[in-house]
Design a protein around this ligand. Structure first.
Ligand code: NFE
Ligand code: MG
Length: 573
């Protein structure tokens, strides 16, 4: 196996991901995705009070900082049949929406953009022409020649001091970077602006949840009281702040993020023809207008799309033992019934069995086990989850704004509908979903204000708080759509304590390894889909497609990294 490219770690992600690409000349013939750190949260949770589980589960990740808290409280509420007040539902929707918008903008500018934007090329941009470009695509006020001249000066300072800092060690000057210097300079300016913007908009979480990362949650509601006459509760001043954050989110999305995505995509249309892979998409659905028991009221509809057939959305059942199962045939785990078995999360097992090579090593034995991620499957099929899955689901269900935005995007880029199923389509879907959600935020906010005006300030239901009111045994699933896709926590409660807890996480669906039938996971399939490398020593194409999924391996393996050591290597053999 001499012609295998190893990229480890994949940078500009959360967590530790290794990609091995088996080359056939300059083409990727087989790709292997490996999570290289071990999990532990599910073991830590056993025996604890279910009302505390969210605080532990939330520490799975600091990027999708609230989603494991929400999935966890929902799992307990589902198990106990525990209703929450309408205001709590609205506040959760606002917090989830804010998480998406914050996370997607940061992913685009700070994690993904540098796969498409050559920072060093920005140094040869003409600030006047950059201003003309910026003004031609948006009304964003920071677009004068003087402004771009200042950004260029700042960047020049970094480079001359040999301190590219956050921009260091990329493949600058690579022939696959296609943007003109002016577009590169505009993108660098927005990269820096997005850093400041995200600090402001994250306030929404601190207002409703006390802090960020890891805002506070509560089984039975939300951890914030509404009292317009109190300084230490959600009052008029705080509500005005929330409105300001929503305005800032919508403005930046409309004026910067959407136009930048379209402008950059215009130079990379060939990426609308590669990197799809599976063609199967799954959503659990989320953002209820009423309650989690009423999927018809969800803003994001649940369902499964197979073989990119948008005319049929298949229903799914998170409680059925035959539908969602995790496989470990190529993962460093054992199941008591054998490694070939699939297990539904209620019956899930977390038994570590590392059989890989001793580090440092050249290559993984991809014919055997090669990842700390399990391989989740729906009815035996590998599926993709995330923004593209959600946008396709909205599209298939006839959501009008989605249809308009998708139509506008394809017509501006002069691309066929088929281009949705690609690396470019995945990245564009994230942008469009942000626009759709930023607009929806206003609706949830207006409803919250209307409830408060009508005298309803309840945010917590104490009816089932005491374990003495619980059944001796029960189980439930808390699910949501996290920024990276479908997320579920399955809990089994016995005598008021956690008997079993399993999280099946978006990046596990997408980044997982092959299963017992040899089916690749979503990353693997995408990399095997029409990927030529212009320079095997600088495999930026691998980064483009992997980053289009926005990996989070901390989530995917439920991290507990005892050694804390990274293996830094890029090896071309
Ligand atoms: Ni750590 Fe996460 C999200 C979850 S993982 S980022 O979004 O759940 O895929
Ligand atoms: Mg899990």
């Amino acid at each position: 196996m001499s012609d295998r490219i190893v990229v480890d770690p994949i940078t500009r992600i959360e967590g530790h991901l290794r990609i091995e690409a088996q080359m056939d000349g300059d083409r990727i013939a087989g790709a292997y995705s490996s999570g290289t750190m071990v999990r532990g949260i599910e073991i830590i949770l056993k025996g604890r009070d279910p009302r505390d589980a969210w605080a532990f589960a939330q520490r799975i990740c600091g990027v999708c900082t609230l989603v494991h808290g929400i999935a966890s409280v929902r799992s307990v509420e589902d198990a106990l049949d525990y209703p929450i007040p309408p205001n709590a539902q609205l506040i959760r929707n606002l917090m989830i929406g804010a998480q998406y918008i914050h996370d997607h903008v940061m992913h685009f500018y700070h994690l993904h953009a540098l796969d498409w934007v050559d920072v060093v090329s920005a140094l040869s941009a003409d600030p006047g022409q950059t201003a003309a470009l910026a003004q031609s695509i948006s009304h964003w006020p920071k677009a004068s020649p003087g402004y771009f001249s200042d950004v260029k000066k700042k960047l020049k300072g970094f480079v001359e001091a040999g301190q590219l800092g956050i921009f260091a060690k990329a493949y600058w000057g690579h022939s696959v970077y296609k943007l003109p210097p002016e577009a590169n300079l505009m993108a660098v300016a927005h990269y820096l602006e997005a850093l400041a913007w995200q600090r402001d908009v994250v306030q929404l979480h601190t207002i409703f949840g006390g802090k960020n990362p890891h805002p506070n949650f509560l089984v039975g509601g939300v951890a914030s009281a509404i009292d317009l006459n109190s300084d230490s509760a959600i009052n008029s001043k705080r509500l005005v702040q929330v409105q300001n954050v929503i305005d800032k989110m919508r403005e930046f999305t409309d004026q910067v993020y959407v136009p930048d995505t379209l402008a950059v995509a215009g130079f990379y249309k060939d990426w609308g023809e590669r990197g799809e892979g599976l063609g199967n998409f799954l959503c659990y659905g989320d953002l209820p207008a009423t309650s989690m028991d009423d999927p018809d009221s969800f803003f994001f509809p649940p369902g499964v799309i197979l073989d990119r057939d948008l005319s049929t959305v298949h229903p799914l059942d998170l409680n059925s033992a035959d539908e969602i199962q995790e496989h470990v045939a190529h993962s460093w785990y054992d199941y008591s019934a054998g490694k070939e078995q699939g297990l539904h999360p209620y019956d899930g097992e977390t038994t570590l069995n590392y059989t890989g090579p001793e580090p440092p090593y050249e290559q993984l034995d991809v014919g055997a086990s090669y990842s700390w991620l399990k391989a989740p499957r729906w009815k035996g099929k590998a599926v993709e989850v995330g923004p593209l899955a959600r946008v396709l689901m909205l599209y298939a269900k006839g959501h009008e704004q989605t249809r308009e935005l998708v139509g506008m995007t394809l017509s501006k880029l002069e691309l066929p509908t088929r281009a949705l199923f690609s690396t470019l389509g995945r990245t564009a879907a994230r942008t469009l979903e942000t626009k759709i959600l930023a607009d929806a935020m206003q609706g949830w906010y207006d409803q919250l204000i209307a409830n408060i005006k009508a005298g309803d300030t309840r945010t917590f239901n104490e009816a089932l708080w005491e374990p003495s009111s619980w059944p001796k045994q029960c189980k439930g699933v808390g699910f949501m759509e996290a920024p990276r896709g479908a997320l579920g926590h399955w809990i089994v409660i016995e005598d008021g304590r956690i008997a079993n807890y399993q999280a099946v996480v978006p990046s596990t669906w997408n980044a997982g390894p092959r299963d017992s039938t040899g089916q690749p996971g979503a990353y693997e399939a995408a990399l095997q889909d029409n990927h030529q490398l212009a320079d095997v020593k600088q495999p930026v194409e691998i980064l483009r497609t992997i980053h289009s999924f926005d990996p989070c391996i901390a989530c995917a393996v439920h991290l507990s990294d005892e050694a804390g050591e990274e293996m830094l290597q890029l090896r071309v053999t």
